[in-house]
Design a protein around this ligand. Structure first.
Ligand code: GDP
Length: 445
């Protein structure tokens, strides 16, 4: 998971600290040393590690920890604040042109995730009533244009490809022509995908720089693979010098990224991170919030993002109807199925659960979580008749056997599902009536 090792190393360090009451300077020094080691192992650049641990040490030795009711907690708070600071402080939003179209240019090494990002960004903006146009300016890599066309199709947005008249073979001409086209066709945003190379090279930089000059973008986003280790800073600095950029996008944050790139690039380039890419699907994408990311790294959870994603996936009217059903005890297996399908719209359940506080500590359970559980549940419910879905009480032994056969599951699995449904309905009924539900073995939530 995101920052997995770093995260567990840091939380481990704090756990040791919590067993102590007052903290001696030696305790602080020991903690700072461990943080330093964890950051270096995560490939955070030496400059950043030095500045970070220096700041944490100075504050931790100062009065705020001495005076704190819970000194260990105060140290975590300091680390949290300093993490937020190196991740850029406040969230930086995309800047739009005063007069459309807004031009967004993407730059980065080959394989960084630019083309995928183009689709994600376009889909994200289209949801917000924008009419983005994707522009294929990667004319080097075979298939790059086709790949962008596929991405555009999946994102449900328009694409501008090089063809006779659009400047075949010349990315600068294509870029320029695309802006004219966008104005003509009333696209308010132009997203230009550029060519990358496996390594930094002068020709690539010149091309990107020429596209930049020709299109005068409102944003130039440098896309960097979060898995890039030590090289991240050097690559970022080379792009900064060669093309310059207004913001950074971290891609592949879903991988077992050590996180060094994320934690170094803002301080080293003085450019904010705008977005994070967290998977191969077009929805695996989120605005970057330094405070929420710091929270995730320290395993304090990211409830805000979770709630936002839920709000996006769930229809409000639908939710009100369901609440009404819970309250009046008319919630059916059909509703259960549709809820589950909506939940799946939110993306991977595993990813959602990883945003809960303490998720890092439950890593093993999370890794064992099987997304196919939902598919199996669907199969079972779909093997029921409409009457059974509406009135689960009908489900006697012979019906359960028939459903098990129909869905290819065992009767035990069918029983487990029905039990789960009944528990959920009971729990939600309590909530709908304003009560506090109990999760078995976990106390009230
Ligand atoms: P480009 O060369 O910079 O345009 O990179 P692509 O967009 O073609 O991405 C390279 C590879 O990385 C593709 O296989 C993508 O599916 C994959 N990829 C892109 N973004 C992500 C991400 O956020 N997570 C994961 N796991 N894979 C990604």
């Amino acid at each position: 998971a995101t920052f997995g090792t770093l995260s567990s190393r840091l939380t481990e360090t704090f756990k040791n600290l919590r067993t102590k009451g007052k903290l001696s300077p030696a305790d602080i020094d020991g903690t700072v040393r461990e943080i330093r080691r964890a950051l270096l192992e995560a490939d955070v650049s030496l400059n950043v590690v030095k500045a970070f641990t220096g700041a944490v040490r100075e504050r931790a030795l100062g009065d705020e920890v001495n005076r704190a009711l819970n000194p260990a907690q105060q140290v975590v708070q300091i680390v949290n604040e300093e993490l937020v600071a190196i991740l850029g402080g406040n969230q930086r939003r995309l800047q739009f042109a005063k007069k459309p179209p807004t031009v967004i240019m993407l730059a980065g090494l080959q394989g960084a995730g630019k083309t995928t990002l183009a689709g994600k960004l376009a889909k994200y903006l289209a949801k917000d009533k924008h009419t983005p146009l994707l522009v294929a300016c990667d004319l080097q890599r075979p298939n790059a244009v086709t790949q962008l066309e596929v991405v555009a199709k999946n994102a449900g947005v328009a694409v501008f490809s090089p063809e006779p008249g659009n400047g075949v073979g010349d990315p600068v001409k294509v870029a320029k022509a695309s802006i004219k086209y966008a104005i003509d066709k009333q696209h308010d945003i132009v997203i230009i995908d550029t060519a990358g190379r496996l390594g930094v090279d002068a020709e690539l930089m010149k091309q990107a720089s020429d596209i930049r000059k020709a299109t005068n973008p409102d944003e130039v986003l440098f896309v960097i693979d979060a898995m890039t280790g030590q090289d991240a800073v050097a690559t970022a600095l080379a792009f900064q010098e060669g093309v310059d950029f207004t913001g950074v996008v971290l891609s592949k944050l879903d991988g077992d990224a050590r996180g060094g790139a994320a934690l170094s690039v803002v301080s080293e380039t003085h450019r904010p991170i705008l977005f994070a890419s967290t998977g191969e699907n077009l929805d695996d994408f989120e605005p970057f919030y330094p405070d929420r990311m710091a929270s995730r790294i320290l395993d304090l959870g990211d409830i805000l993002t979770l709630i936002e994603q839920a709000q996006e996936a769930f229809d409000e009217d639908e939710a009100a109807k369901v609440a009404q059903k819970f309250a009046t005890d008319t919630f059916t297996l059909e509703d259960f199925l549709s809820q589950m399908q909506q939940l799946r719209n939110m993306g991977s359940i595993k990813k959602m659960m990883s945003m809960l506080p303490g998720a890092g500590a439950m890593k093993a359970q999370l890794d064992n979580f099987d997304e196919r559980e939902i598919v199996r549940t669907e199969a079972i419910i779909q093997s029921m008749t409409i009457a059974e879905r509406r009135t689960p009480k009908l489900l006697n032994g012979s019906r359960r056997l028939r459903i098990a056969k129909g869905s290819g599951m065992s009767v035990t699995e069918v029983n487990a599902l029905v039990n789960r449904f009944e528990q959920a309905a009971k729990m939600m009924k309590t909530v709908a009536k304003g009560g506090v539900p109990q999760i078995p073995g976990m106390g009230p939530i």
